[in-house]
Structure formats: C-alpha cells, structure tokens
Design a protein around this ligand. Structure first.
Ligand code: B1M
Length: 220
C-alpha cells in the first residue's frame, strides 16, 4: 500500500469508527515510516472534521460521532508517546480541563500531547470540570497556566464563570488563563478577560510559552 492509500484508508476507517482497522493502519503507517504528524494532520483530524460536517447535515447522528471519536482516541493513544517525545527541561506547569457540561476531550488531549512534547508538565483534570475543581487544583498544583477547553457554543460561557471563581478565590493574578476549543475565537477570549487563546494544539504551545515569558519579564 502506498502512503496515500494508507492515509485514505485511515481517513475512511476513522469516518465509520472502525476501531480495529484504525489501530491496525496507525501501526502499519508508523512501521512503514509515515510520521505521526502526517497520520494526525492528513488523515485522523480531517476525518473527524468530515464527521462533524456530516453531523451538521443530518447524515450522521450522535452514535456515529461517538464511534468515530473513540476510534480517533485509540489512534491518539498509539501516537501519544511519539508526539510527546521530549528531551527538553520542564518549562512550565500547565493545568487543563474541559469545562463543566462538555464531554469533548480529543482536542484537549491533543493539546496535552503537544504541551508535553514542548516540555510542559501537564495536569489534566479531564472533562466536565466544575469551577470549584479548577480552583482547588490551582491551589494544590500552583500552575503557571490554567487552560479551559470548550467545544460547544453552549459551554463557552463557563470560561467566564471559571474566571469569576478564580477572582473570588484570589487566584486570578497568580495564574495565566488560556482558553480554546473549536467554537472559541480571539474576540471571545478577549471579551471574557482571558490572557490567551489559540486555535489549535501547536498554537496553544506557542501562546503559552509567550505568555510565560511576558510574565517573567513583567516581574523583573
Ligand atoms: Co460533538 N459536537 N457533540 N461529540 N463533536 C462537535 C464539537 C460539533 C462542532 C459537531 C457539529 O455540529 N459540526 C457540535 C458543536 C456545535 C457547537 O456548539 N458549535 C457538537 C455537538 C452539537 C455535540 C452534542 C451536543 C450532540 C448531541 O448530543 N446532540 C454532544 C454534546 C455532549 C456534551 O459535551 N455535553 C456531542 C457529543 C459528542 C461525542 C461524545 C459523540 C463526541 C466526543 C468524543 C470525545 O471528545 N471523546 C463528539 C465528537 C467526536 C465531535 C466532533 C465530530 C469531533 C471533535 C474532535 O475531536 N475534533 C465535532 C465536530 C468537529 O470538531 N468538526 C463535534 C478533532 C479535534 C482535534 O479538534 O476538538 O477542535 P478540536 O480541538 C482543537 C482545538 O479546538 C484546540 O486544539 C485542539 C487540537 O488542535 N483546542 C485548544 C482545544 N482545546 C484547547 C485549549 C486551548 C487552546 C486550544 O487552550 C487552553
């Protein structure tokens, strides 16, 4: 099978949520020299975008979206150690979670992987994280950055609720707040008083590094 054929098959297998085939093709790709990034950006992510498009058109329903998501998560488990391979020193602590009411985690997990790969220590609180859990975890771990992910327009308002909870607990000035997720924009991030926003996982790494650097300079 050529690389293009493998990527096409992986795209199709993810689209229909054929988990065993996705695992097989991911492993096959890696053993034949396809990079983890190529598998991710040229097959797995585009396939999930198509799943979303079909869901919007009413061609796919929640169960189809669920099995495709599960298949993608399995591939991510295989790719994770390769994508997060790092020899660099820890450059900061990043606490992250998907906000209350939202169960999407694939995008957040990808952000984790890229952050780890760049040398961040990542503490992931999972999905449906209520504001009080973020507050407790910030007190416990004292991260440089707290990241809120939201993937639904209906859960994005939780960013502001979380920020208010940090203010109430006297933590807002102690931690950099970053937000992200498919429906989030820079304008929205600005409007709720977040310090940073990124559209994707590599952007999140870049922005987190910039913000940590800016804070260090401001404290000098
Ligand atoms: Co849902 N879902 N879903 N879903 N789902 C979306 C998000 C949707 C866009 C589909 C669509 O209509 N086109 C739509 C949201 C519409 C909206 O509000 N704008 C939607 C909906 C409506 C729903 C339900 C409400 C459906 C229903 O029940 N009627 C329901 C909600 C459940 C809930 O949360 N309460 C629901 C459920 C599900 C499943 C459980 C079935 C499953 C989730 C599986 C899982 O995550 N474990 C699922 C899936 C798989 C999707 C799609 C198809 C794929 C999401 C994904 O993983 N994308 C999605 C359609 C789509 O996105 N095109 C869809 C790939 C991922 C790599 O990209 O998530 O964008 P993304 O992550 C990026 C960036 O967002 C960014 O970096 C990531 C990596 O590059 N990023 C950050 C993320 N966090 C960041 C944090 C940062 C910075 C950047 O700083 C802190």
């Amino acid at each position: 099978m050529t690389q293009d054929e493998l990527l096409k098959e992986l795209y199709d297998a993810t689209l229909v949520g054929n988990q065993p085939r996705v695992i097989e093709l991911t492993n096959e790709g890696l053993t034949t020299g396809v990079t983890p990034e190529t598998l991710l950006f040229d097959a797995l992510i585009p396939s999930l975008e198509e799943v979303g498009a079909r869901f919007e058109r009413g061609d796919f329903f929640v169960p189809e979206m669920l099995i495709a998501g599960k298949a993608m998560s399995k591939a991510l488990e295989i790719l994770r150690p390769l994508l997060a391979e790092t020899g660099v020193e820890t450059i900061g602590k990043f606490l992250i979670g998907t906000v209350k009411g939202d169960v999407h985690d694939i995008g957040k997990n990808l952000v984790d992987i890229m952050l780890e790969g760049a040398g961040f220590e990542v503490i992931d609180l999972g999905v449906q994280v209520p504001p009080e859990k973020f507050v407790e975890a910030i007190k416990e771990h004292e991260p440089d950055v707290v990241g809120f992910s939201a993937f639904l327009t209906t859960t994005m308002p939780m960013f502001k609720v979380n920020i208010n909870a940090l203010e109430k607990a006297g933590l807002r000035e102690k931690v950099i707040v970053m937000v992200g997720g498919a429906p989030v924009t820079q304008e929205y991030a600005d409007s709720i008083g977040a310090d940073g926003y990124a559209a994707d996982a590599s952007g999140a790494v870049k922005r987190a590094k910039e913000l940590i650097q800016q804070r260090a300079l401001a404290r000098r």
